[in-house]
Ligand binder design. Structure first.
Ligand code: SF4
Length: 66
């Protein structure tokens, strides 16, 4: 799995993704937008990443499955 946020400037900064999977998503303190800290999450995190993508209101969390 590969994870990215694109286009990042459409992020609403609501932290839904960071709440769902803080191991992969954090809100950048500089601009208040989500950023990916782990682009290749382990298997144990993948369901949480998929949930974050499903719940993202901007639909900008992009997952490329292996
Ligand atoms: S859930 Fe989507 S809109 Fe909300 S902070 Fe994460 S990437 Fe941004």
């Amino acid at each position: 799995m590969r994870v990215k946020i694109e286009p990042r400037d459409e992020c609403l900064g609501d932290a839904i993704c960071a709440d769902e999977c803080p191991e992969v998503f954090v809100i950048d303190e500089e601009d208040g937008l989500a950023t990916v800290t782990n682009e290749s999450p382990d298997e144990s995190l993948r369901d949480a990443v998929r949930n974050a993508a499903d719940e993202c209101p901007a639909e900008i969390i992009i997952i490329e499955e292996d």
